[in-house]
Design a protein around this ligand. Structure first.
Ligand code: PAF
Length: 273
């Protein structure tokens, strides 16, 4: 496995790679969910590229950026253990030589769900993913469906900009109590961790979004949104932990689909689906 931190060097390395390339972009703090994407890429491609880059432009809260977990040495060991060939790990000045003057913005779906209380979040995500896809030039790029909205926006961006890349959505991996795996779970203290397990259960069992919101609030969670649409229930909550607040998101098909959730079958334009 080769680690590349300099983009000039990266261009030379990439030019020498032949055959199919699979790509898994991450912000590090790798967990089993990431490893499942990497294993799939290794199985389906001749070369697998992992990127590790904590993308400051997608954080609209400084504390969240500062507290984002990092574990580079451990990440590299894990990447090697699942057969990653190349790791791209640039810094901010390399990824943003324009200092974010040029941005990739989507104006409809990015304002819904996580975009409703994190203005600019998806502009940061789409901009960095577009840059990374340009650098890596993969045939396939793999994204977890825990970030369903992100997955759909990236899929539509590639279709809208004619990028010849297949965006592959991979099922959410869960802990034994159903909590969706996330790098942010590392920031949960034991009390917050047991509360976090209630999130997916309530999303699944509640007979309406209002019921889910009331139940989560009664447990002491902050609720950013709970919304059932397109056949899935989406949610984002804040849980207090170690004097701080940790944001968790999830989505699933609820036990009983409220009438308003069943109607539409595609998200924004349906153009890539
Ligand atoms: O899902 C993530 O970890 C990030 O949003 C991504 C896709 C790596 C972009 O920074």
């Amino acid at each position: 496995m080769q680690l590349v931190t300099d983009l000039e060097h990266w261009r030379q390395v990439r030019a020498e790679v032949g055959g199919s390339v699979g790509f898994v972009p991450t912000m590090g703090a790798l967990h089993e969910g990431h490893l499942s994407l990497l294993r799939r890429s290794v199985a389906e491609n001749e070369t697998t590229v992992l990127s590790i880059f904590v993308n400051a432009t997608q954080f609209n809260n400084n504390a969240d950026l500062e507290n984002y977990p990092t574990s580079i040495e451990e990440d590299l060991k894990l990447a090697q253990s699942v057969g990653v060939d190349l790791v791209l790990m640039p810094d901010y000045s390399q990824m943003y030589p324009d200092d974010f003057r040029f941005q990739m913005r989507e104006d409809i779906f990015s304002r819904d769900l996580c975009g409703s209380d994190r203005p600019g979040h998806f502009t940061g995500v789409l901009t960095v993913v577009l840059k990374l896809l340009n650098l890596v030039q993969p045939e396939k790029a793999y994204f977890g469906l825990k970030d369903y909205q992100q997955y759909l926006l990236i899929k539509d961006m590639c279709a809208g900009l004619f990028l010849p890349i297949q965006i592959v959505g991979c099922e959410t991996l869960r802990e034994s109590d159903g909590l969706a795996m996330s790098s942010r779970n590392r920031r949960l203290d034991p009390t917050a961790r047991s509360l976090a397990a209630r999130f997916n259960q309530i999303l699944y069992q509640a007979t309406s979004d209002q019921e889910a919101i009331a139940e989560l609030k009664s447990l002491g969670c902050g609720v950013a949104y709970i919304k059932t649409q397109y056949g899935r229930r989406f949610g984002a909550i804040e849980i207090a932990s170690q004097g701080d607040s940790v944001r968790l998101i999830d989505n699933l098909v609820p036990k009983t689909l409220p009438a308003e959730g069943a109607a539409a079958e595609s998200f924004v334009s349906g153009m890539s689906r």
